[in-house]
Design a protein around this ligand. Structure first.
Ligand code: HEC
Ligand code: HEC
Length: 332
């Protein structure tokens, strides 16, 4: 285990993200009284595995005919998503659901908009096979990796002289995804006791976020990501849409239960200013609209402009340090 470059400069506690999905209890700098907790300033990772995971994440090798890399849709410079209504699939069509961010993914309790995957390994398996994403399979991927002198060499360095195994690919890619955290947001600095870190408007916005009740669903380290809720508790969210698509049924598609219709995993709101358009359907372009829709459909309230803008000022303080710069060095 090695502490990598930039993280080392971030003083604070060192924490191993030990889970492949289930939320861990994070003991954080003594600020546990608030319903939102800061992202740890450092994480302990295996630098070699992460470098290899990053290389794979950015390499179209995982898709059939080498068409799409994970990072084509989960673009690290676009908030970990791609700012599209829907991503382009490997056949050039539009995807059927908006692409969520890859940042802070390890803090979610389930993966996918409907929480259809229990672990990042299950999710990865789906990315590989999904006809719109990888459209491939393990056999094809492992053969391509084994044929590449670069990859064969890199895996050997970590795991020894054997044929590349699925488990190794899972391990390095998941290790990399777990490292994609965005610490040190101004709101986190505020939570840690720096009262000057956010503006008075943002502070008011946070109070309103709690007072309106947003916090009932968007809470914890990811300001979401830890429960399932229906979209449209008050009034029909879909009434202004031409049609309802299969993906709109959310968890119903997973469980088949009537009460799971239109239920989604509450998304985390970290870096939300970078990840427009919003909601699973990607229909909402601005935070203004998103906050108004949430107040109306989740809380049964119309929100005035001033309150809305204060909440947005708060949401913008959730933007953390984006690990865009490649500080994971590929060992010569
Ligand atoms: C064509 C675009 C596209 C590509 C390529 C792609 N993804 Fe995704 N990814 C998506 C979409 C869309 C979803 C949401 C799917 C759903 O919930 O039904 C998603 C969801 C995810 C999630 C769940 C995030 C969360 O918060 O729950 C993870 C993790 C993920 N992808 C990782 C990957 C990895 C790793 C790769 C490469 C092996 C990859 N993706 C390739 C579009 C893409
Ligand atoms: C009852 C639970 C609940 C409450 C209360 C709630 N939300 Fe949400 N929020 C959700 C769910 C579920 C989604 C995802 C819905 C979807 O994608 O269809 C969501 C999505 C969002 C999104 C879009 C995130 C993205 O990445 O697309 C924003 C922004 C947001 N909520 C802000 C708020 C604000 C601000 C409030 C308070 C005014 C609020 N929410 C209240 C459950 C809730």
């Amino acid at each position: 285990m090695v502490l990598i470059g930039e993280f080392m400069l971030r003083i604070g506690l060192s924490l191993l993200l030990s889970c492949y999905g289930l939320s861990a209890v994070f003991a954080v700098d003594g600020m546990m009284s608030e319903p939102i907790s800061p992202i740890p300033l450092t994480i302990t990772v295996d630098a070699e595995k992460i470098a290899l995971g990053k290389k794979l994440f950015e390499d179209p090798i995982f898709s059939k005919d080498n068409k799409l890399a994970c990072s084509d849709c989960h673009n690290l410079e676009k908030g970990g998503a791609d700012n599209r209504f829907r991503s382009l699939t490997n056949s050039g069509d539009l995807d059927i659901i908006n692409t969520p961010t890859i940042y802070n993914v390890a803090f979610n309790i389930r993966f996918g908009w409907a929480g259809q995957f229990k672990t990042l390994a299950e999710q990865l398996n789906s990315s590989l096979h999904n006809p719109r994403h990888g459209n491939s399979n393990w056999e094809a991927l492992l053969a391509k990796l084994q044929d590449s002198a670069d990859y064969a060499d890199a895996f050997q360095k970590i795991y020894g002289r054997q044929k590349i195994q699925r488990l190794w690919v899972e391990e390095v890619m998941i290790e990399y995804q777990k490292s994609m955290t965005t610490p040190n947001a101004s709101f986190d600095r505020y939570l840690r006791g720096d009262s000057q870190a956010v503006s008075e408007t943002a502070k008011r916005g946070y109070r309103l976020f709690k007072k309106y009740g947003c916090i009932a669903c968007h809470q914890g380290i990811n300001v979401g990501g830890n429960m399932f809720q229906k979209i449209g508790i008050f009034g029909n969210y879909f009434k202004n849409r031409d049609e309802i698509n299969p993906t709109d049924y959310g968890r119903f598609n997973v469980s088949g239960l009537e009460e799971d219709k239109f239920v989604f995993r509450v998304p985390g709101l970290r870096n939300v200013e970078l990840t427009a358009p919003y909601f699973h359907d990607g229909h909402t372009r601005t935070l203004e609209e998103a906050v108004e829709l949430m107040a109306r459909h989740q809380l049964g309230r119309e929100i005035n402009e001033q309150d809305r803008d204060a909440i947005i000022a708060f949401l913008k303080t959730l933007t953390g340090e984006i690990p865009v710069k490649a500080f994971y060095v590929w060992r010569p």
